[in-house]
Design a protein around this ligand. Sequence first.
Ligand SMILES: C[S@@+](CC[C@H](N)C(=O)[O-])C[C@H]1O[C@@H](n2cnc3c(N)ncnc32)[C@H](O)[C@@H]1O
Length: 400
Amino acid sequence: MAFKKDDAVRLAEGLESLLEDFDPDTLDYSTRRRLSEAARKLSLATEAPGDTVHRIAHSSFQLPLALIGVETGLFDILSDLNGGTATNDELAKKTSIDPALLRRLLRYYQSFGIISQSNDTEYGGNNITRALVTLGGRSALPFIFAAIAPAINAMPQFFRENKYANITDPAVLPFHQGHNTTEPAFNWLNERPEVLKSFMGWMAGQRDGLPTFLSAVDFDAEFAKGAEASTPVFVDVGGSMGHQCIAVRQRYPELVGRVVLQDLPETIEKVKASPLPGFEQIEAMEHDFFTPQPLRGARAYYFRNVLHDWPDAKCIEILQNIKPAMTAESRILIDEMILPEKDAPWRATQQDFIMGACQAAQERSHGEWVKLFENAGFKIERMWKYTEELSDYLIALVPK
Ligand SMILES: C[S@@+](CC[C@H](N)C(=O)[O-])C[C@H]1O[C@@H](n2cnc3c(N)ncnc32)[C@H](O)[C@@H]1O
């Protein structure tokens, strides 16, 4: 039966009344996600052409303007009101923003749903404001603004000049054009302590609210049986702040064996200087994964979102550096997205372009992963899917 005008009006009225007093936290995770996706698709399907053009043409405004709200502490103040409100003048005093400028900022944030406005003069925080002051939010905005946005903005010219060839050469990237540098992205990052700090916070917070692989796999039973205190049970290679090591320890307080974070010296130094809560039972070790793995016989060499940073040839080097350290009980655990051929998730597709622009890397489909593992001398033993949002999988590899 066709959807008629009366049905549309009833649906709109229902949504309007829902929004009058709506607390998304009262919904269970999958209902909330379903409603959000349906509303997003409906909004796009019903958008007027003029709105489409304005939305896309001005899309690059949101990041810099939201960054101002994070940097000035405005979003912290609004979130801390816990449902209460404050006036423009009160907020101006607390943030030291000129009241006339603040009024314009608040007006912008309200119009994009980033904050709430209860009457002509009172403002408050909402679910979006609160998301932007989590570790992930407050880290992602400065990191993406400083490191990624210039690379993405360079893409139209880069592709035009390269006749729309795919990005495959790590020495010639939109990242280089956007930052006017010839340095590899991780070198550039490691020379900028403030940007590195944001990156590390973003790595720790990027999947806030989503399940981890531990929701789908009983790590202790599958990989750690019979381990001794000296056995490295979980080696998180390129693990940034060690958030996944902490998650393993917290999930299995009785886990026997060593849990080890490995990363580059600049990262390990920062982790030691300000460890995340729960890091006490984790070992931090400097290790370059383009050199042979120093820990022999680990039960799990775990890589989350590491291989997506590198083109196939570099991934093969990384994997082959593990092989000599493996014993019969060792597994390489790859924690990555597997892109479906149809209906790829939006969070995954934008991630794909970050990897391309900055590293000549990519998100991969099932076929692309299998080919890469085969070329590195490995085969998939088992795999577990654990998110729909990103199509995340844990993939256990053994040598062929
Ligand atoms: C995309 S981040 C992933 C971080 C973490 N695994 C996660 O999922 O949150 C990639 C990590 O690889 C590290 N890395 C880059 N090059 C490296 C190298 N040559 N050796 C070891 N770690 C490296 C970076 O410092 C960073 O922590």
